[in-house]
Design a protein around this ligand. Structure first.
Ligand code: FAD
Ligand code: EPU
Length: 338
């Protein structure tokens, strides 16, 4: 039985805490309920928005259709030699999966500690942090096609993962509802502490041979020191992507700004720290009405309490224009605008 609600506030369902309303809202806890929904009139007659934890969305208007919150639980493990496959329901909280893996000495996701949201959303933008991306541990995912109700498994190759990108943001945008994700983890920890801040923190604590639990703990502490907690300050993490540019463009920017923060990528490309670009335009910690940028991380836009989605969006346009005028770089939003 589906429990369909009408005209409900989405404020508790998005980490920006934007108080818009949904015409219809339903939460599902298993595949049977999803199969029932896929043949229902409310789904066929309304625009659909699939939501996990709402930590990567900005609502700029009331949603006129059906919001589906996917809350399918469960974590199962399958061992094959040194490799361990863990499959989690789309509704599992991402950090609960990390805690499970670290607790069972399964290496691979510890650098992704404390990323908000659900397992089901993790492949959509190929979540990443501290030198690791979802694609590094991804094995497959399962989803239902909205148009036909058909169930399908996606392999790694079929997901076309890129930096904050996948097939689910392109050709298959809004076409599938993911119900589970399967990860390939390792019993032999391959510690990845290349990302500067992790190394420095471990050294500061005198830890020379870190375990995955140590890495997870240090990542959690770094994140808490930099990022605002959505339960007190509304936000959706990085609002923009870090721009990827060619070497010639970097050299041009360096003529005027030799200290521009950049990271080399393969094929003569470079990733710029968008936070640095935004801070260099004087935005870090700026308060603009009810919105602004976070004092410790200029890439994060915040809701100081009563912001509307439109207000946050307009502020993001102002940032894009200013950065473009100064550096001739057009920032791309990472957050999904609705
Ligand atoms: P939602 O915001 O609910 O949805 C995001 C998108 O996925 C939407 O397009 C939605 O339609 C789609 N979607 C959600 N669930 C499903 C499903 N089951 N099937 C099909 N489509 C679905 N991200 C990073 O990559 N790295 C970080 O370090 C990071 N740090 C953050 C820190 C903070 C404080 C916050 C608030 C956010 C951060 N994020 C980060 C962004 C966010 O945590 C991720 O994008 C996360 O994967 C979103 O999960 P969610 O369940 O909240 O997705
Ligand atoms: N910087 C500044 N000023 C700022 C912020 C950053 O100068 O206000 C510079 C600093 O030099 C800093 C560098 O940028 O050393 C990198 O900053 P940080 O380590 O905070 O990482 P980021 O590039 O800003 C990315 C991800 C985060 C992820 C972190 C850690 C994107 C868009 N963001 O941020 O992901 O947690 O790296 O790996 O790639 C998210 O996607 O929501 C998110 C939070």
């Amino acid at each position: 039985m589906l429990f369909l609600q009408e005209n409900i506030s989405l404020k508790p369902y998005n980490t920006f805490s934007i108080p818009v309303k949904a015409r219809y809202f339903v939460e599902i806890f298993n595949e049977a309920a999803l199969e029932e929904l896929l043949t229902s009139a409310v789904l066929k007659e309304n625009e659909l928005l699939v939501l996990g934890g709402g930590s990567n969305v900005l609502f700029t208007r009331d949603f006129p259709g059906l919001v589906l919150k996917v809350s399918i639980p469960g974590i199962v493990q399958e061992v094959l030699g040194n490799e361990v496959f863990v499959e989690a329901g789309a509704g599992v909280i991402w950090n609960d999966l990390v805690t499970y893996c670290v607790g069972h000495q399964l290496a691979g996701v510890e650098n992704l500690t404390l990323i908000p949201g659900t397992v089901g959303a993790s492949p959509i933008q190929n979540i990443g942090a501290y030198g690791v991306e979802l694609k590094d541990v991804f094995y497959s995912c399962t989803g239902y096609e909205i148009a036909t109700g058909e169930k399908r498994v996606f392999t790694y190759e079929e997901c076309h993962f890129g930096y904050r990108d996948s097939v689910f943001k392109n050709e298959l945008k809004s076409k599938y509802i993911l119900t589970a994700v399967k990860f390939k983890l390792s019993r032999e920890a391959v510690i990845n502490i290349q990302y500067g801040a992790i190394q420095t923190e471990l050294e500061r604590r005198g830890i020379t041979a870190p375990t995955i639990a140590d890495v997870s703990k240090v990542v959690a502490e770094i994140r808490v020191s930099k990022l605002p907690d959505p339960s007190t300050i509304g936000n959706a993490g990085s609002f923009f992507k870090n721009p990827i540019i060619e070497k010639a463009t970097l050299l041009e920017i360096q003529k005027s700004y030799p200290d521009v923060v950049n990271y080399p990528l393969p094929n003569n490309h470079y990733k710029l720290a968008a936070g640095w670009l935004i801070e260099s335009c004087g935005f870090k910690g700026m308060v603009s009405g009810e919105t602004g940028t976070w004092k410790n991380q200029a890439l994060v836009l915040v809701n100081h309490g009563e912001a509307t989605g439109q207000e946050v969006y307009s502020f993001s346009e102002h940032i894009i224009d200013t950065v473009c005028q100064k550096f001739a770089i057009t920032l791309e939003r990472e957050v999904n605008i609705l």
